[in-house]
Every structure is written in C-alpha cells, then in structure tokens.
Design a protein around this ligand. Structure first.
Ligand SMILES: NC(=O)C1=CN([C@@H]2O[C@H](COP(=O)(O)OP(=O)(O)OC[C@H]3O[C@@H](n4cnc5c(N)ncnc54)[C@H](O)[C@@H]3O)[C@@H](O)[C@H]2O)C=CC1
Length: 366
C-alpha cells in the first residue's frame, strides 16, 4: 500500500496545478463515453467539479492511512447511493479519469503510473461499493417543508418532516437537496434533538458563492419538498467531568443547540458555557430559542459575542478573542462548531493556552 500511495501522490503532483482542466476534461470525456450518465449530475457543474477533485485528492493522499481512508470511503460510498451511482459506473469513471490525468500529466507519464491509478481507483471503488451495499435504510427521504422563517439579512430557519421516520442522534448532520437546485446536495446539521413527530429544523446562511444555501434561504417555501440523506456525524457533548465551553460561529450553532436540547434539564452537574458568535447583532439569529433553553436548564449560560460592531452592548470580538480574554481554561472541555477557519483558529488559540487537544471536540465540516 505504501508504494501505491506514493506513486499516486507523486503522479497527482504532476497535474495538481491543473485540477480545473483535469476535471473539465474528465466530465467532457465521461458524457461523450456515456451520455446517459449526464442525468446523475447537476445542470450547473461548476461546484460539482471542484468537489470531485477534492474527493480524489483526499482519497489518494490517505491511501496509506487505513482508518481515515475507511471513514472517507464509507461516507463517499453511502453518499453515492443518493446519486444513484452503481458499481458499473465506476469502470467508466475510472477510465475517463485516468485518461484526463494522462493527457495533462505530460511526457513523464508511464505504464507504472497508469497501473497504479487503475489499482488505486479499483481499490477505492471496491470499498465504496462495499460501504454502499452494507448501508442500512434508504439513501434519502423526501420531507415536506412546514415552516420557513427569514432571520436577519441572510439566514433562514426552516422545519420539515420526512415522510418516513428518520432515526438520528442529536449533533448529527444530513445532506439536503432542494427541488430549486436539483442534484446539488449540501451538508447541514439538524438543529433540534429528536422529537416525537419527527420534525427537523435547519439553520442556513445564504453564502454568496453558494448554490444550495441561497436557494434554501431565498426560494424555499412551506409546502415545498426537500430530500434529506441518511444522518451522519459523531459530535457529542464531552463525558461527565469538567465544565464545557461550546464555541459556535454563526449557523455552526445548529448541532450544539441540538446537543443541549437533548440533555435533560435536571441531573446535569456541570456548567455549559455556550458562546454564540456573529459578525453583527442581527446575525445572532436564534437568541429567543437559546434564552428559552437556558431558562429550563439552570446549568446553561448563553453568551452572545459580536465581532464586527464595537458598539455592541455585550461581549465583542471574535470567539477566539473571547477565549484568550477569559483564559485560563484548566478545567474545561471544548466543543467547536463553525467555519473551518474558526475551528482552525480556535484550535491554535487553545493549543497556545496549553489546553490538551484531547479535550477539544468538533465535527470536521466541509
Ligand atoms: N448550518 C449548519 O448546520 C452548520 C454550519 N456550520 C458552518 O458554520 C459556519 C457558519 O458560518 P456563518 O454563519 O457565516 O458564521 P461567520 O463565519 O459569520 O462566523 C460567526 C462568528 O464566528 C467567529 N469566527 C468566524 N471565523 C473566525 C475565525 N477565522 N477566527 C475566529 N473566529 C471566527 C466570529 O466570532 C464570527 O463573528 C459555516 O462555515 C458553516 O459551514 C457548521 C456546523 C453546522
């Protein structure tokens, strides 16, 4: 495995600076070879193209890290069920991908690399197929949108109810597709603990470069249908022991709110300090629900933090500023939920403050 991983990583290095061209070539070749596969993909391919490349790079570069590889291919395999990808499709994908890399790799490409890509792809496809075959339950469920509320300038909170029961644990996420952007799936955390009746709540900010989030914020209406994938993710509150600090950047609040809601009001013997950050006061879109939670849970403290308005009458700065300002944190566990930039920054600050990383949990969010 070590040799294969090395050959693939090195040969990917030959085209890494031309990923866009490789991916454009791949799709052109694929739709020429198998036009019937076009319907598996969104009409607008731009976002999909970068995702494909990112997945390949991740799989190739972790070929010699079995645990990470299993996790990644397990998720990809299960995810491909909702795209209706079958084992037969992988042969066409493989051949078109290898051709795309060969064409862009230049004169150094040789039979060893060709063989390595064939073996590597087949290995990846076999694990994805096995994960798809072993998956329980449906690949996705249809759900009806029940409520849709705009909060602040660009956030929406909506609820929906799947037509079939969907068991999940607080803190998990699903991929969501709206009929306004067919075949584009994006990941959102379920913002509520499992409830009788099965209603799910989601928090979405319309990202300017996004495809799905603007549709969910500006176009979705009660009565619309969405598709939600099987739930995934392992975020939980830390086990009993230390007090807990939750850092939630923007809509990263969603999974933490579900975890707090799932924790019984009584019998909890430590503090949970929930810092919820936004750039403007208007971005603190869920304070009434958080206040209601804090009223019923005496161990919960909600601290809103605003980073882009120094006149805000409360805690100001980024969530990392607050961490540094309120240190030391010798007797606390941490839960981080927000943008990857926020998570990375908070990990750096906590590391510098001497907090062992074993005391910090987060669900890596794309
Ligand atoms: N919608 C959902 O279900 C979930 C969303 N997320 C992720 O959470 C993020 C939320 O984004 P927005 O709502 O636009 O929030 P945002 O990016 O505007 O951040 C809000 C606050 O987080 C803190 N923050 C953000 N970046 C930081 C950095 N680099 N260093 C220090 N502090 C930082 C600041 O206090 C800031 O005011 C997205 O990346 C989203 O993918 C994560 C989990 C679930």
């Amino acid at each position: 495995m070590g040799g294969l991983a090395r050959t693939l990583t090195e040969s990917w290095g030959r085209v890494a600076d031309r990923q866009d061209q490789v991916s454009a070539y791949f799709y052109a070749r694929l739709f020429l070879a198998a036009p019937q596969l076009r319907d598996l993909f969104p009409i607008q391919l731009r976002a999909q193209r970068t995702r494909l490349v990112a997945s390949i790079v991740r799989a190739v570069t972790c070929l010699d890290r079995p645990t990470e590889l299993d996790e990644l291919l397990g998720e990809l395999g299960r995810a491909h069920r909702r795209f209706d990808v079958t084992p037969e499709h992988h042969t066409v994908f493989r051949d078109c991908l290898i051709e795309a890399i060969r064409v862009h790799a230049g004169p150094g490409w040789d039979a060893v690399q060709e063989k390595a890509w064939r073996e590597g792809y087949d290995l990846i496809a076999a694990r994805m197929n096995a994960a798809a075959a072993a998956a329980d339950g449906p690949a996705y469920r249809f759900a009806e949108v029940l409520t849709h509320e705009r909060r602040g300038t660009d956030v929406a909170v909506f609820t929906c109810r799947p037509f079939e029961p969907m068991p999940y644990r607080a803190g998990q996420y699903v991929y969501v597709e709206t009929m306004h952007e067919p075949r584009h799936w994006r990941r959102y955390s379920i913002a509520t603990a499992p409830r009788p009746g099965g209603v799910l709540e989601f928090h979405v900010r319309a990202v300017s470069v996004g495809v799905v989030s603007p549709a969910l914020v500006w176009k979705l209406r009660p009565g619309d249908m969405v598709r939600v994938s099987e739930p995934a993710g392992r975020l939980t509150l830390p086990p009993p022991g230390r007090d807990v600090v939750c850092l939630c950047g923007g809509t990263g609040l969603a999974p933490v709110r579900a975890l707090v809601e799932a924790t019984p009001a009584g019998g909890w013997d430590r503090w949970v300090h929930l810092f919820v950050g936004a750039r403007t006061p208007d971005g603190l879109y869920d304070l009434p629900a958080l206040s209601a939670l804090a009223e019923s849970r005496p161990w919960l403290r909600v601290i809103p933090v605003v980073s882009g308005d120094p006149t805000y009458d409360g805690e100001t700065g980024t969530l990392c500023d607050v961490l540094a300002r309120r240190a030391p944190w010798d007797d606390h566990d941490f839960v981080l939920s927000g943008s990857p930039a926020m998570t990375r920054a908070a990990l750096r600050v906590l590391g510098a403050l001497g907090v062992p990383l074993a005391r910090v949990r987060y669900d890596p969010f794309e």
